[in-house]
Design a protein around this ligand. Structure first.
Ligand SMILES: [Zn+2]
Length: 167
Protein backbone atom coordinates (compact mmCIF):
# COMPACT_ATOMS: atom_id res chain seq x y z
CA UNK A 1 0.00 0.00 0.00
CA UNK A 2 2.81 2.41 0.83
CA UNK A 3 5.08 1.40 -2.03
CA UNK A 4 6.57 4.18 -4.03
CA UNK A 5 5.08 4.35 -7.52
CA UNK A 6 7.49 4.05 -10.45
CA UNK A 7 8.67 7.40 -11.88
CA UNK A 8 7.56 6.56 -15.39
CA UNK A 9 5.12 3.98 -16.69
CA UNK A 10 4.21 2.68 -20.12
CA UNK A 11 0.49 3.41 -20.12
CA UNK A 12 -0.31 1.40 -23.26
CA UNK A 13 1.43 -1.71 -21.99
CA UNK A 14 -0.25 -1.48 -18.57
CA UNK A 15 -3.61 -0.85 -20.23
CA UNK A 16 -3.30 -3.96 -22.41
CA UNK A 17 -2.80 -6.01 -19.22
CA UNK A 18 -5.62 -4.17 -17.38
CA UNK A 19 -3.05 -3.49 -14.66
CA UNK A 20 -3.68 -1.77 -11.34
CA UNK A 21 -1.09 0.18 -9.38
CA UNK A 22 -1.42 1.59 -5.90
CA UNK A 23 1.23 3.48 -4.01
CA UNK A 24 2.55 6.79 -2.88
CA UNK A 25 4.02 9.61 -4.87
CA UNK A 26 6.15 12.25 -3.12
CA UNK A 27 4.83 15.75 -3.81
CA UNK A 28 7.28 17.78 -1.69
CA UNK A 29 9.25 18.67 -4.80
CA UNK A 30 6.32 19.58 -7.06
CA UNK A 31 7.28 23.11 -8.06
CA UNK A 32 4.05 24.11 -9.80
CA UNK A 33 2.03 22.97 -6.80
CA UNK A 34 4.35 24.67 -4.32
CA UNK A 35 3.95 27.91 -6.24
CA UNK A 36 0.29 28.08 -5.20
CA UNK A 37 0.17 26.37 -1.78
CA UNK A 38 2.14 27.16 1.39
CA UNK A 39 3.36 23.58 1.76
CA UNK A 40 2.62 19.91 1.32
CA UNK A 41 1.95 17.38 4.09
CA UNK A 42 3.32 13.90 3.45
CA UNK A 43 3.00 12.09 0.15
CA UNK A 44 0.10 11.68 -2.25
CA UNK A 45 -1.79 8.37 -2.10
CA UNK A 46 -2.39 7.23 -5.64
CA UNK A 47 -4.51 4.46 -7.17
CA UNK A 48 -4.25 3.79 -10.87
CA UNK A 49 -6.22 1.35 -12.93
CA UNK A 50 -5.51 0.87 -16.60
CA UNK A 51 -7.79 -0.33 -19.38
CA UNK A 52 -8.48 -0.21 -23.10
CA UNK A 53 -11.82 1.25 -24.21
CA UNK A 54 -14.00 0.32 -27.19
CA UNK A 55 -12.10 2.77 -29.43
CA UNK A 56 -8.74 1.15 -28.54
CA UNK A 57 -7.75 4.06 -26.37
CA UNK A 58 -5.37 3.31 -23.51
CA UNK A 59 -6.98 4.69 -20.35
CA UNK A 60 -5.59 5.42 -16.94
CA UNK A 61 -8.21 5.93 -14.25
CA UNK A 62 -6.54 7.73 -11.38
CA UNK A 63 -7.47 8.68 -7.86
CA UNK A 64 -5.12 10.98 -5.97
CA UNK A 65 -5.44 11.98 -2.32
CA UNK A 66 -3.05 14.48 -0.75
CA UNK A 67 -2.93 17.11 1.95
CA UNK A 68 -1.57 20.61 1.38
CA UNK A 69 -1.37 23.71 3.53
CA UNK A 70 -3.02 26.90 2.36
CA UNK A 71 -3.80 30.17 4.12
CA UNK A 72 -7.40 30.50 5.34
CA UNK A 73 -9.06 33.29 3.37
CA UNK A 74 -10.77 34.68 6.48
CA UNK A 75 -8.08 34.66 9.18
CA UNK A 76 -4.99 34.07 6.98
CA UNK A 77 -3.73 31.37 9.37
CA UNK A 78 -2.38 28.24 7.65
CA UNK A 79 -4.86 25.39 7.31
CA UNK A 80 -4.65 21.82 6.04
CA UNK A 81 -6.68 21.12 2.94
CA UNK A 82 -7.32 17.55 1.82
CA UNK A 83 -7.37 17.24 -1.94
CA UNK A 84 -9.13 14.37 -3.66
CA UNK A 85 -8.79 14.15 -7.41
CA UNK A 86 -10.32 11.57 -9.68
CA UNK A 87 -9.96 11.45 -13.44
CA UNK A 88 -9.97 9.22 -16.48
CA UNK A 89 -6.96 10.02 -18.62
CA UNK A 90 -6.72 8.83 -22.20
CA UNK A 91 -3.36 8.36 -23.86
CA UNK A 92 -3.07 10.51 -27.00
CA UNK A 93 -0.21 11.20 -29.38
CA UNK A 94 -1.33 14.42 -31.04
CA UNK A 95 -3.07 17.61 -29.94
CA UNK A 96 -5.76 16.76 -32.50
CA UNK A 97 -6.53 13.47 -30.79
CA UNK A 98 -6.60 15.32 -27.50
CA UNK A 99 -9.15 17.78 -28.88
CA UNK A 100 -11.39 14.97 -30.15
CA UNK A 101 -11.65 13.02 -26.91
CA UNK A 102 -15.19 12.39 -25.69
CA UNK A 103 -16.41 14.28 -22.64
CA UNK A 104 -15.20 12.83 -19.37
CA UNK A 105 -11.74 11.99 -20.66
CA UNK A 106 -8.69 14.12 -19.98
CA UNK A 107 -5.88 13.91 -22.53
CA UNK A 108 -2.58 12.35 -21.53
CA UNK A 109 -0.15 13.46 -24.19
CA UNK A 110 2.75 11.04 -24.61
CA UNK A 111 4.46 10.29 -27.89
CA UNK A 112 6.20 7.09 -26.73
CA UNK A 113 3.42 5.81 -24.38
CA UNK A 114 5.66 6.69 -21.41
CA UNK A 115 4.15 8.94 -18.78
CA UNK A 116 5.77 10.58 -15.79
CA UNK A 117 3.48 9.84 -12.88
CA UNK A 118 4.61 12.67 -10.58
CA UNK A 119 3.66 15.16 -13.26
CA UNK A 120 0.19 13.61 -13.73
CA UNK A 121 -0.36 13.58 -9.96
CA UNK A 122 0.65 17.23 -9.74
CA UNK A 123 -1.69 18.20 -12.62
CA UNK A 124 -4.62 16.42 -10.98
CA UNK A 125 -3.99 18.10 -7.61
CA UNK A 126 -3.75 21.53 -9.24
CA UNK A 127 -7.13 20.93 -10.89
CA UNK A 128 -8.91 20.37 -7.58
CA UNK A 129 -7.24 23.10 -5.49
CA UNK A 130 -9.92 25.21 -3.82
CA UNK A 131 -9.81 28.88 -4.88
CA UNK A 132 -10.49 30.36 -1.48
CA UNK A 133 -10.29 27.81 1.33
CA UNK A 134 -11.38 28.79 4.82
CA UNK A 135 -11.70 27.11 8.20
CA UNK A 136 -15.04 25.87 9.47
CA UNK A 137 -16.58 28.67 11.49
CA UNK A 138 -15.61 26.97 14.77
CA UNK A 139 -12.01 26.44 13.72
CA UNK A 140 -11.41 29.93 12.38
CA UNK A 141 -9.81 32.57 14.54
CA UNK A 142 -11.93 35.20 12.83
CA UNK A 143 -15.67 34.59 12.73
CA UNK A 144 -18.13 36.48 10.60
CA UNK A 145 -20.66 36.66 13.41
CA UNK A 146 -18.48 39.16 15.28
CA UNK A 147 -20.52 42.32 15.72
CA UNK A 148 -19.31 45.01 13.36
CA UNK A 149 -20.73 47.97 15.23
CA UNK A 150 -21.95 48.29 18.81
CA UNK A 151 -24.71 50.61 17.55
CA UNK A 152 -26.40 47.87 15.57
CA UNK A 153 -30.13 47.55 16.11
CA UNK A 154 -30.21 43.78 16.45
CA UNK A 155 -29.50 42.40 19.91
CA UNK A 156 -25.94 41.18 20.20
CA UNK A 157 -26.09 37.35 20.41
CA UNK A 158 -23.10 37.32 22.74
CA UNK A 159 -24.75 39.74 25.14
CA UNK A 160 -27.81 37.48 25.21
CA UNK A 161 -25.58 34.54 26.00
CA UNK A 162 -23.90 36.47 28.81
CA UNK A 163 -27.30 37.25 30.38
CA UNK A 164 -28.23 33.56 30.25
CA UNK A 165 -24.96 32.55 31.86
CA UNK A 166 -25.39 34.98 34.76
CA UNK A 167 -28.77 33.54 35.74
ZN1 LIG B 1 -9.56 30.81 9.46
Amino acid sequence: MNDLLPDRVNVRRLASRAAKLTGICPIGGCKRLLAVVSGTVGDAQVSLSFSIDGQHRALMHCTVIATVEMPCQRCLEPMSVELVAEAVLALVITEEQAANLPAGYEPLLAKDDMVELASVVEDELLLVLPLAPSHDTEGCSRTESEPESPLEDKPNPFAVLETLKRK
